[in-house]
Design a protein around this ligand. Structure first.
Ligand SMILES: Nc1nc2c(ncn2[C@@H]2O[C@H](COP(=O)(O)OP(=O)(O)OP(=O)(O)O)[C@@H](O)[C@H]2O)c(=O)[nH]1
Ligand SMILES: [Mg+2]
Length: 284
């Protein structure tokens, strides 16, 4: 009983030692709490790259290839988003994703999150589209299966239309205040190892044509009916992708909204994804 009482007395008596110890605790505590919190949630501030695209395009295969740095492993339909942490190195040109996967690669390193999403139609809105709102998002890789695109062109283009329209609205809404950081889109034309696969240039023109058809049909033919551009409500304009009232859609129209689009071919199966990796590196 005697010892605690004396300790209490010592602490409560004003003295230099007690004051210094007290000051150290008061100053260090917020720093320690901050360190503890930022360590337990390491992903909050990392830049992120989002993998989008219809089911079966190869998003999860690409993710596992980049994660392991060698061979893609068999995957199955994704149900929920998953993310992994990857590192790009500044040593541009010489570095590939294989070297970057090693910790001892030369150059300075920057970490980022690669986020895989389910491509199935019913899971898209719930899981994939919500990720676009993330403030750390630096770029979107839209992965397509070039071998079956002929069959699934309408679905692939509809999904892409929704993604681009969301990005367009995001830029449009920011016009008055500070413009949000530009989010660029890479259309990754995958499975070029298959002989039935369409080349990237053809995929690009097919997508542009289909996106044009979609915006035409969504505008409910108002433009054809002779109603002037000025008379059409802003609601109508909101659903229109690219330059309003233009006849043909092209990816270049998205530059107006700070959205750069690249269409680049590759193959996860053959490990031919270096150009996609370079594109990602440039965004981080
Ligand atoms: N031939 C070939 N097949 C590939 C390639 N990349 C992926 N695949 C195969 O395509 C199938 C679908 O790949 P996933 O990565 O699961 O596709 P996903 O985009 O994640 O699909 P969801 O999760 O359903 O949205 C798998 O059987 C892969 O092995 C490629 O470059 N060439
Ligand atoms: Mg998947």
């Amino acid at each position: 009983m005697e010892a605690p009482k004396r300790l209490l007395e010592y602490i409560l008596t004003p003295s230099t030692e007690v004051f210094i110890v007290g000051a150290i605790i008061v100053l260090l505590l917020p720093i320690l709490v901050h360190l503890y919190i930022s360590r337990s949630t390491p992903y909050t501030s990392l830049p992120s790259i989002l993998l989008l695209g219809p089911a079966g395009g190869g998003k999860t295969s690409l993710l596992t290839l980049l994660e392991r740095g060698d061979q893609a492993t068999p995957t199955h339909t994704s149900q929920i988003p998953q993310s992994i942490e990857l590192t790009v190195s500044d040593d541009h040109g010489a570095s590939t994703f294989r070297e970057a996967a090693r910790d001892d690669a030369p150059g300075s390193h920057r970490k980022f999150l690669l986020v895989d999403t389910p491509g199935h139609g019913k899971l898209r809105n719930q899981h994939a589209m919500t990720q676009i709102a993330s403030s750390t998002l630096k770029g979107i890789v839209y992965v397509l299966d070039a071998a079956t695109l002929d069959e699934y062109l309408a679905d692939a283009a509809t999904y892409l239309y929704d993604v681009l329209l969301t990005l367009q609205k995001r830029t449009g809404a920011g016009k008055t205040s500070k413009t949000p950081n530009a989010i660029h889109v890479l259309v990754a034309v995958n499975k070029l190892d298959l002989f039935t696969a369409l080349p990237a240039t053809l995929v690009k023109s097919n997508l542009e044509a289909e996106l044009g058809r979609i915006r035409q049909s969504r505008s409910k033919g108002l433009l054809d009916s002779g109603v002037g551009v000025d008379e059409i409500g802003s609601e109508e304009q909101d659903g229109w992708l690219g330059e309003y009232g233009s006849e043909k859609f092209s990816f270049r129209q998205m530059l107006e909204f700070d959205i750069e689009l690249d269409v680049v071919g590759g193959s996860v199966l053959e490990g031919n994804v270096d150009k996609w990796w370079d594109w990602i590196s440039a965004r981080i």
